[in-house]
Write a protein that binds this ligand. Sequence first.
Ligand code: THU
Length: 129
Amino acid sequence: MDSQLTLTQQALQARANAYAPYSGFAVGAALVAEDGRTFYGCNVENASYSMTICAERSAVFSAVAAGVTRFRKLAIVGGKTDEEAAQVPCLPCGACLQVLAEFCPPDFPILLTDGVHLLGEFLPAQFRL
Ligand code: THU
């Protein structure tokens, strides 16, 4: 991945690897860790639909598998076409927000195509044990 690209451009590149033959809706995520590394995710669908994993969770799980659990920011893009993905904001689903909240505070920045949002804006309360 070209680190000269903006984080949203990197998410668009990650989206190119999405496996979404059932919905046709391809999502990409780029997650910057506190140590400066960036982890990428894309949605991966399955013929058994509920086995699908979202782009955001795939990025988080990739980072955690590498031993990284502290993050700075996340960019998300998604859409049925490249044009849609570059323009229309793709909001993270509730499951992904709950997973992000496991590791990130309410003021964690989430970059969408319409600007910067905060995790706490999308998920004001989270499930806790
Ligand atoms: N999807 C994501 O990757 N992230 C989200 O936050 C919501 C939805 C994916 C799952 C599925 O492959 C496709 O978008 C359509 O729901």
